[in-house]
Design a protein around this ligand. Structure first.
Ligand code: DX5
Ligand code: ZN
Length: 217
């Protein structure tokens, strides 16, 4: 069984103790730190923005995996890179000019990702797959942590795996939303490389142990 990368989402962390939460992630087996940016427009919720991302960066020893759930992401890509993003993922549904948006991210020293909502077919990435470092498959509708995993995700991961193989791309497949020990094994079997987990990690009694258990399935 392949060992997945684990990207805990700080959306589910204790914001009043963010430094301790980030230090806990530094000590853990987490590979990336997932940062969910929500604008109250593309998604119905507002999370946090640049100053909080910068504050996380000051304490984090792991790459910041920034997931932009915002309209017109091109207006903020440079700023999130300056704030410490190592990866920037934009939503397919938020980009009129996706190819240009991906090039904008790649022109920085930054990995480029595209996220797909549950209703968006994987095949729509066919003409940009060569340029992608990350395909982020949403396994819930974006906007909130703690939602129920959507089963159709397994099929989409297999389709993404095929698209990557056919194109010779080296993109990683990241899965985001409702990930826990009930679905992690099958997600990896289907071809997921990176598991994002928010509530399952931060609401557990032993977040570091939970991260390790996700990595060890
Ligand atoms: C949802 C976010 C996810 C979310 C995952 O819009 O993109 O990253 O924080 O949280 P859980 O693991 O609680 O579903
Ligand atoms: Zn996310």
């Amino acid at each position: 069984m392949r060992i997945p990368l684990i990207a805990p989402s700080v959306l589910a962390s204790d914001f009043a103790n963010l430094q301790q939460e980030v230090e806990m992630l530094n000590r853990s087996e987490a590979d990336w730190i997932h940062i969910d940016i929500m604008d109250g427009r593309f998604v119905p919720n507002i999370s946090f923005g640049l100053p909080v991302t910068e504050a996380i960066r000051r304490h984090a020893h792991k790459p910041l995996d920034v997931h932009l759930m915002i309209e017109e992401p091109e207006r903020y890509v440079d700023d999130f890179f300056e704030a410490g993003a190592s990866h920037i993922t934009v939503h397919y549904e938020a980009c009129q000019h996706l190819h240009r948006n991906i090039q904008q991210i790649k022109a920085l020293d930054c990995k480029a990702g595209v996220a797909l909502n549950p209703h968006t077919p994987v095949e729509l990435l066919e003409d940009v797959i060569q340029d992608l470092d990350i395909i982020l498959i949403m396994s819930v509708n974006p906007g909130f942590g703690g939602q129920k995993f959507i089963e159709n995700t397994y099929k989409k991961i297999e389709q993404a795996r095929e698209l990557i193989a056919d194109s010779g791309s080296s993109a990683l497949i990241e899965v985001d939303g409702g990930v826990n020990l009930d679905n992690s094994r099958r997600l990896i079997e289907c071809g997921a490389d990176v598991l994002v987990a928010g509530s399952f990690v931060f609401k557990s009694d032993d977040p570091q142990g939970t991260i390790l258990s996700l990595k060890s399935v």
